[in-house]
Design a protein around this ligand. Structure first.
Ligand code: A3P
Length: 313
């Protein structure tokens, strides 16, 4: 069923039904309730793993809330060669959400995105060393951002489990990795770091949300170099400016980026992708005790892993 094509009343009914349903589980990971996953989880996930990748494909890999939409627009502009807003919706190229047959027939170069765990992304893409962009963000801001998203998005909340519940319920749940959507952020990062260290994956451009905030033009230049795109300094500055938080929000609201469908499905009818766009908001959410608990979890989960995060700018 295409929820967006329903009348407002029918849509609310359908969204309520989605909110109640439990998460599909695949290979130990809870997954968001995207239509193709709900239709046949095993088949869709196998089709992603066996996807016929092309050498020109670029795969954007992120855990939710690491700045996916932001980097998606930046990379789309880099590929386009100028700073005009692009209209194509990220969801149409999101492997777990989209129609894979349409994706298979899309013209090259395809710019594909996914939040799936490393072990679930297309094997051919990894084995053949095709381009991957991996964006990470400090885990505390990811927790806060994801909480605010989950609470509003019927695909990632679950009425039957009262998930996410209060912030306090949620952060405890995350520390225990109970509702481990996409496997959970700790596992997501550990798996990627292990794959990079052991050279199971090779052609990866790693970027951090905080570096993009601090130094957007330099990070855009690094991305352009990885994508073999020559851009003038002026174009790179224009891209940074057009993709600043305020400008990207305005462009989304005004329709310059195409129709904004997220408010149609969100609990409070706002776009749950754009919230604050800052680094360090976690300090407004974590109590001292929660922060200590979380630091212990990070120490345990990332033992032996060389990952340094920026928690404030
Ligand atoms: P916050 O909830 O902390 O504000 P994703 O696209 O992966 O879902 O990530 C969403 C997060 O990136 C949200 O974080 C959102 O506000 C932030 N974001 C989106 N566009 C941004 C931009 N242009 N600059 C900085 N942050 C941005």
């Amino acid at each position: 069923m295409d929820i967006l094509s329903l009348s407002p009343e029918e849509r609310e009914k359908a969204l309520d039904a989605v909110r109640k349903v439990k998460f599909p589980i695949y290979d130990g990971c809870m997954l968001p309730k995207f239509p193709p996953i709900m239709a046949n989880t095993e088949k869709h996930m196998q089709s992603i793993r066996n996807f016929d990748s092309r050498e020109s494909d670029i795969l954007l890999c992120t855990f939710p809330k690491c700045g996916t939409h932001w980097v998606h627009e930046i990379v789309s502009m880099i590929l386009q060669g100028d700073a005009r807003y692009t209209k194509g919706h990220k969801l149409n190229f999101m492997m777990e959400a989209c129609n894979l047959e349409e994706l298979a027939n899309a013209p090259s170069p395809r710019f594909i995105n996914t939040h799936l765990a490393f072990r679930h992304i297309p094997k051919k893409h990894v084995d053949n060393g095709y381009k991957i962009i991996l964006v990470s963000r400090n885990p505390k801001d990811v927790m806060v951002s994801f909480y605010n998203h989950i609470d509003r998005d019927p695909l990632t909340s679950c009425g039957e489990d009262n998930f996410p519940g209060t912030w306090s319920d949620y952060i405890q749940d995350m520390c225990e990795n109970r509702h481990n959507i996409y496997g959970g952020y700790f596992n997501y990062l550990s798996e990627w770091e292990e794959a990079k260290k052991t050279k199971v994956v090779t052609n990866v451009h790693s970027a951090f949300y905080e570096d993009l905030k601090k130094n957007p033009v330099a990070e855009i230049a690094r991305l352009a170099a990885f994508l073999n795109k020559e851009l003038s300094s002026q174009v790179m500055e224009d891209i940074a400016n057009k993709c600043s938080f305020k400008n990207l929000v305005d462009a989304t609201k005004s329709g310059q980026k195409g129709e904004d469908v997220l408010p149609l499905v969100s609990r409070d009818k706002t776009n749950f992708v754009f919230r604050k766009g800052t680094t360090g908001d976690w300090k407004n959410w974590f109590t001292v005790a929660q922060n200590e608990m979380f630091d212990q979890v990070l120490e345990r989960e990332f033992k032996g892993i060389d990952l340094k995060f920026t928690y404030e700018l």
